[in-house]
Design a protein around this ligand. Structure first.
Ligand code: P70
Length: 463
């Protein structure tokens, strides 16, 4: 509590340009919600007051990044901004070769197509929606090898993003190393509540897979946030810079997929980075089919410049401390009010535990979806479901997957909202908690085939 009463530091920036916010009346919000089929992804942004749907592509760029936008070299081939981005990726992330992509899933598509043979397995520290889908589309099967405590929102261990080495070893023993395409390791595991992986664990995964000749592909999307947790929680790295830690994390892998829209403080962009020349050559070949030439990968020159400069800013200690500090501030407030959230507090978001928030609903009532809808109705704040709707259906049985975690994610864009917005958000959640007994479950009335959470529609259950 002490850290929320008194602040010894503030955001390491001041605001130069503002964007007005507007708030609809409750009556208007009810109409907008109905029109959106009770799915916050289907709301119009203009109808949202504080937008905590995602931290993806919603960041505020700095004057340094905007200045870089004016230096975009919009050549079809060989843009100088590509070479700047390549140099920054090599310096901070440490991989040899770079293939830019329009965003993270573009890189996931490339690496899945290149490294997965139909029938192979891809173990990882909890699924991520787009990552798993690309693995499945390439004929692979994702296997969750995250530590058990990741599925428990009340377990306070500091590195709930860790790989369970026993689970990984058991899988390799069962199917044989040749049937494991590679291991995916994600930093600050999104679906677990933004929980970090330790460097000790990353090194152990590296040692185990090396024994079997299995590659490790790192999802570096929020590696900088993970590095902050390593610095503050893993004693051996307390004196390392964020940049050094990120570098060391990446050194435990063969390549990385990256959504630049998070850590890297841009509105669009991503990349695949890889050490193996053969894989690089293939990725460079494939990228022209799906994204664009290998020196722009679906991005404008100015976008690559903004991302190159974003790398430089992302690893500044003051920046990352303030970013994670803001999320922590909201989380501590909610905890003090007795609201059930995933703990420890994650890097990019506060995750409300919908199971404990709405104990009168079953998972078939889509409790997290209902809670996100109700939050919007009550306050105009937009959050995201991360539960049974996001988990989708099992490929083999066609039945819903029932994830242990049924969460609503309040995701904080970087450098966008003020502490007053944080207070308003906490107050809205507190008010919702007071009236939680009145929140009803939902019924799904339309279900898309892929990544259903984006476009599914719902109606309140009768009664
Ligand atoms: C979010 C976004 C994107 C993401 C990620 C990790 C750990 C890869 C990606 C893909 C956007 C999103 C995506 C799917 C469902 C909901 C929201 N996460 N790895 O809000 O990157 O979006 O650039 O293709 O978190 O968490 P990209």
């Amino acid at each position: 509590m002490t850290n929320i009463k008194k602040r010894a530091w503030a955001e390491p920036f001041k605001i130069k340009m503002v964007e007005p916010l507007k708030m609809l009346s409750r009556h208007e919000r009810a109409g907008a919600l109905r029109e959106a089929g009770f799915n916050t992804f289907l709301l119009r942004s203009e109808d949202v007051y504080i937008d905590l749907l995602t931290d993806s592509g919603t960041n505020a760029m700095s004057d340094y990044q905007w200045a870089g936008m004016m230096l975009g070299d919009e050549a079809y081939a060989g843009s100088r901004n590509y070479y700047h981005l390549e140099a920054m990726v090599q310096r901070v992330y440490g991989y040899k070769y770079l293939v830019p992509t329009h965003q993270g899933r573009g890189a996931e598509n490339l690496i899945s197509k290149i490294l997965i043979k139909p029938g192979q397995y891809v173990p990882g520290n909890m699924y991520f929606t787009t990552t798993r889908l690309h693995q499945e589309l390439a004929g692979g099967t994702f296997v969750d090898v995250i530590v058990d405590e990741a599925h428990d929102s009340t377990d306070l261990r500091p590195f709930k993003g860790n790989v369970d080495l026993g689970k990984l070893e058991a899988l390799i023993a069962k199917v044989g190393a040749a049937k494991v395409a590679y291991v995916t390791v994600a930093a600050t595991v999104n679906m677990a509540g933004g929980q970090p992986i330790s460097l000790e664990n990353l090194k152990a995964v590296r040692a185990l897979t090396a024994k079997h000749g299995i590659k490790v592909i790192f999802d570096a999307t929020r590696a900088v946030e993970n590095a902050y947790f390593i610095k503050t929680r893993e004693a051996a790295y307390a004196d390392w810079t964020i940049e050094q830690i990120v570098h060391e994390m990446c050194a435990q892998s063969d390549g990385a997929t990256m959504s630049g829209k998070k850590d890297l403080l841009v509105n669009i962009g991503g990349f695949l980075a890889i050490n193996d020349l053969d894989v690089f050559e293939e990725a460079r070949n494939l990228v022209v089919v799906y994204e664009g030439l290998h020196t722009y990968g679906g991005l404008a020159g100015r976008d690559m410049e903004a991302m190159a400069r974003g790398i430089e800013e992302a690893v500044q200690y003051d920046h990352i401390r303030a970013r994670i500090g803001q999320v922590e501030y909201v989380g501590e407030r909610l905890k003090a009010s007795g609201i059930p959230i995933v703990e420890p507090i994650g890097g990019h978001a506060i995750f409300l535990d919908a199971r404990r928030f709405l104990p009168h609903l079953t998972q078939d009532d889509f409790p997290a979806q209902a809670l996100a809808a109700e939050l919007y109705l009550e306050s105009g704040i937009r959050a995201m479901e991360r539960g049974i709707v996001s988990a989708g259906r099992d490929d083999a049985t066609g039945k819903h997957r029932y994830p242990k975690l049924e969460l609503v994610r309040l995701t904080f864009p970087r450098r966008v909202y003020t502490q007053a917005h944080c207070d308003v958000t906490a107050e809205a959640v507190e008010a919702l908690y007071e009236s939680r007994a009145e929140i009803r479950g939902l019924e799904m009335t339309y279900e898309p085939k892929y990544l259903r959470f984006f476009q599914a529609r719902f109606e309140p259950k009768a009664g």
